[in-house]
Write a protein that binds this ligand. Structure first.
Ligand code: FAD
Ligand code: UDP
Length: 369
């Protein structure tokens, strides 16, 4: 079979790799001038720069963990972001360190008493939006200082207009444990993420074409390939005929500083509303300070309203957009020549491990287990 994979992100790369291993001919087209989609990293001064924001691989899915470990060796990096709220530093995720910094409590019981008192206002109510979900999870103090400003900047919407599930991603713990994730496995590939995609696509059955947009020759591609694996925005494939799905975009501002250590951590979140960026990442800390000792590279991440032509980084999975996506999904299910995959093709807030898992499931469905 002749497959065309549209997009060289993780979904496209996993699918292309597996199809090629099974002897199929695969052409991968990518509209950007580099491989790897949003997991792209580039080495500058010996530092792996995460060009599209901090990427930490974490999963509890052993199959996925073993799978990605074929393509890179992972280090022991554990994500432990710190929040800066008006100059006060708080550990994340919400754990005993945060509670102790916020309220001066010392034991889990003291913290629990404080949280229970703080979330009384939500007693007996089912959270209907992100604000209510956050208050019922952790109370108003933490909501006001560490969640509200960050969330409203990130999504460009009031927390009362956002779905509760977004905040459920974050752990809440009564231990002094700053690990941002609860997963069994976590790390950063030594030498960056790009090599993972390069290795996946390094197969004589795979041809890669960069700077190539599917929509420049859509009809020709549809005619000349047996099947298309499409990882771009689902609404674009249908010419937006049911209306446009909404996305959130980002702007990255990267700066080189002639010092060894700028902020002492890979990720610092700025949780107040008045600071326009959400976080600063200092790339060398993902690899424990590896790289030039006189230099460091930092990136400020500014959330941005998405408009046609911008990179669509996050699907906005609120009710309105999910309903529209459901209609596009009906159309997508009827397309027997096109497989829709990934964060944009399936309009889901997938992490890397989830994208890998759904790509492997898609491979199983396509070729049989
Ligand atoms: P993408 O990486 O978006 O790949 C799609 C590719 O298709 C792109 O390269 C695009 O250029 C190309 N394309 C689109 N349209 C066309 C077209 N018409 N023609 C040709 N090519 C096209 N996940 C984690 O697990 N941990 C993290 O810490 C983490 N942090 C993140 C931080 C940020 C700021 C963002 C935005 C995401 C983060 N993620 C993280 C999620 C992770 O980036 C995604 O799960 C993963 O990259 C999705 O892979 P994908 O292949 O679906 O999409
Ligand atoms: N969040 C927050 N304060 C923080 C970090 C996260 O309120 O300091 C909220 C915010 O709404 C964000 C969500 O939690 O969109 C999920 O955070 P995560 O770090 O998982 O977001 P991502 O890395 O996917 O952007």
């Amino acid at each position: 079979m002749k497959y065309l994979v549209v997009g060289s992100g993780l979904f496209g790369a996993v699918f292309a790799h597996e199809a090629a291993q099974k002897g199929h001919q695969v052409t991968v087209i990518e509209k950007r001038d580099h491989l790897a989609g949003n997991i792209y990293t580039e080495e500058i001064d010996g530092i792996q720069v995460h060009k599209y924001g901090a990427h930490i691989f974490h999963t509890s899915n052993k199959k996925v963990w073993d799978y990605v470990n074929q393509f890179a060796e992972f280090n022991r990096y554990t994500n432990s972001p710190v929040a800066n709220y008006k100059g006060h530093m708080y550990n994340l995720p919400f754990n005993m360190n945060t509670f102790s910094e916020m309220w001066g409590v010392r034991t889990p019981q003291e913290a629990m008493n404080k949280i229970n008192e703080q979330r009384k206002e939500m007693e007996g109510k089912k959270p209907q939006n992100l604000e209510e979900q956050a208050i019922s999870l952790i109370g108003r103090d933490i909501y006001e200082k560490l969640i509200k400003g960050y969330t409203e900047k990130q999504w460009g919407r009031k927390a009362t207009d956002l779905p509760p599930f977004i905040i459920k991603r974050l752990p809440v713990r009564l231990t002094y444990d700053n690990n941002y994730f609860n997963d069994d496995y976590q790390g950063i590939p030594k030498g960056g993420y790009t090599q993972i995609v390069e290795k996946m696509l390094d197969n004589p059955n795979i041809t890669v074409k960069l700077n190539t947009d599917f929509f420049d020759k859509k009809d020709e591609y549809l005619k000349s390939f047996d099947k298309i694996v499409y990882t771009g925005p689902v609404d674009q494939l249908f010419d937006y005929k049911l209306g446009r799905l909404e996305y959130r975009s980002l702007r990255f501002e990267t700066e080189e500083k002639n010092i060894d250590n700028y902020q002492g951590n890979a990720v610092i979140n700025y949780t107040e509303a008045d600071i326009p960026y959400t976080r600063i990442i200092e790339h060398k800390h993902f690899e424990f300070g590896k790289g030039d000792k006189d230099k460091t590279i930092i990136t400020r991440e500014y959330p941005a309203e998405w408009k046609p032509g911008d990179e669509p980084y996050y699907p906005v999975n609120d009710d309105k957009n999910n309903e529209l996506y459901a209609k596009y999904k009906e159309l997508a299910d009827k397309e027997d020549k096109v497989i829709f995959g990934g964060r944009l093709g399936q309009y889901k807030y997938y992490n890397m491990d989830q994208v890998t898992a759904v790509a492997l499931d898609t491979v199983d469905k396509e070729f049989g287990e």
